[in-house]
Design a protein around this ligand. Structure first.
Ligand code: PLP
Length: 405
């Protein structure tokens, strides 16, 4: 096809710089997380241990969650049958939204197709419709927030990552009549660092700004009921909007916001990305509700995750393998070269049965390519030892710098 050459030129450039993405062909096995089958390009299958899953707590395989999805599908069928407005609102959506509002201590919640869509739709609608809106966005915000802000076509300012003083300066530069929206995340997924939420809220309050917090990498895992870092810090009530996903620690799919009744009603009524799309299947909504309820009452998964994260970090320290220190469950090992990162990932898969996807540009800045490990409650001590052994051998083979401890 004549246009294919245009596509191919740009794809070739990606391959040239080592940033072309190859997807691993996986088949998850229910009840065996983090084990999965990997189908090689040559067609044969091998069992691998997944070390980069965002099903952080293995809830996607929890018997109650799986049963809720299967039972609801048998009872109600597969699809919701419509947009939320036109026949698609199922009782399971309303139950899920009530559960989410309770989780975050808010009056209401609103469910979207994904976390990406919830960020995109909510930020673009707030920015476009609030009078003289200015969105103040943390420099490392996720692509879904950036796209939402871009689509809002309102004024925007980027503040230095996790820097309340810079946020303060940027807020001071806003016109007096501006409606200011401060958008940030709690756990940043690539470096695993955590925002000083209370300090950011202090600054926002001083300037009368609305606060919008993405807790996608924290819900289910932080706080006594899995309400996220804001719950753990006791500051949920200071945030105007808490946004989250049902696709990561909750092991399902979908995204949401939790906020005041008026704000949720506003987004429900004006956000194109909420209105003009088919509602989530009721089976997914029911499974998500089950998962949230389970993690509200069970601290066991969170405790075990913390234990295994600490164990991996200690193992890496003993082996002299540098990893980014942070207070979260995310263990990034910087390789700083896209080709080397891919090579390590290939060796781990082929020689050690360890699957960790290379993280490259544009997910992270060029020169900060990395392997990103997410230990969970279902990784055994033996899994962790095996991973540390593998990295120790590969570090020698590939002559990668060790930590100078
Ligand atoms: C994954 C992610 C999202 C999107 O959530 P999905 O439910 O996967 O669409 C939003 N924000 C951040 C920070 C994320 O990492």
């Amino acid at each position: 096809m004549p246009f294919d050459r245009l596509f191919q030129t740009q794809l070739d450039a990606l391959k040239e710089e080592g940033n072309y993405r190859y997807f691993a062909d996986l088949t998850r096995k229910c009840g065996e997380h983090p084990r999965a089958l990997n189908t090689c390009p040559e067609g044969q299958e091998r069992e691998v241990t997944v070390w980069c899953s965002n099903d952080y707590l293995g809830m996607g395989h929890h018997p109650d969650v799986v049963n809720a999805m299967a039972a609801t599908a048998m009872q109600c069928g597969t699809g919701a049958g419509g947009t939320r407005n036109i026949s698609g609102t199922q009782h399971q959506h309303l139950e899920l939204e009530a559960e989410l509002a309770d989780l975050h201590g808010k009056e209401a919640a609103l469910v979207f197709s994904s976390g990406y869509v919830s960020n995109w739709a909510t930020l673009s609608t707030l920015g476009a419709r609030l009078p003289n809106a200015v969105i103040l966005s943390d420099a490392l915000n996720h692509a879904s927030m950036i796209e939402g802000i871009r689509h809002a076509r309102c004024d925007k300012k980027i503040w230095a990552h996790n820097d309340p003083a810079d946020l303060d300066r940027k807020l001071s530069e806003c016109p007096a009549n501006a409606t200011k929206i401060v958008a940030f995340e709690s756990v940043y997924s690539m470096d695993g660092d955590i925002a000083p939420i209370d300090e950011i809220c202090d600054v926002a309050d001083r300037h009368g700004a609305l606060t919008y917090l993405d807790e996608v990498h924290a819900v289910g895992m932080y706080g006594p009921r899995g309400g996220g870092v804001a719950e753990e810090m006791g500051v949920m009530d200071r945030l105007t909007v808490i946004e989250g996903t049902l696709g990561k620690a909750y092991g399902c799919m979908g995204g949401y916001i939790a906020a005041s009744t008026a704000l949720c009603d506003f987004i429900r009524s004006f956000a194109s990305g909420f209105i003009f799309t088919t509602a989530l299947p009721p089976a997914i909504a029911a499974a998500a509700t089950t998962s949230i309820r389970h993690l509200k009452h069970s601290p066991a998964e969170r405790a075990m995750q913390r234990r295994q994260v600490a164990r991996l970090r200690a193992g890496l320290d003993r082996a002299g393998i540098p990893h980014v220190p942070n207070p979260s469950h995310i263990v990034p090992v910087l390789i700083k070269d896209p080709v080397k990162t891919r090579m390590l990932s290939d060796y781990l898969m082929e020689q050690w049965g360890i699957y960790v996807q290379p993280i490259n540009y544009p997910t992270v800045p060029k020169g900060t390519e990395r392997l990103r490990f997410t230990p969970g409650p279902n990784h055994t001590d033996a899994d962790i030892d095996h991973l540390v052994d593998a990295l120790t051998v590969l570090w020698k083979q590939c002559a990668i710098a060790r930590a100078t401890a």
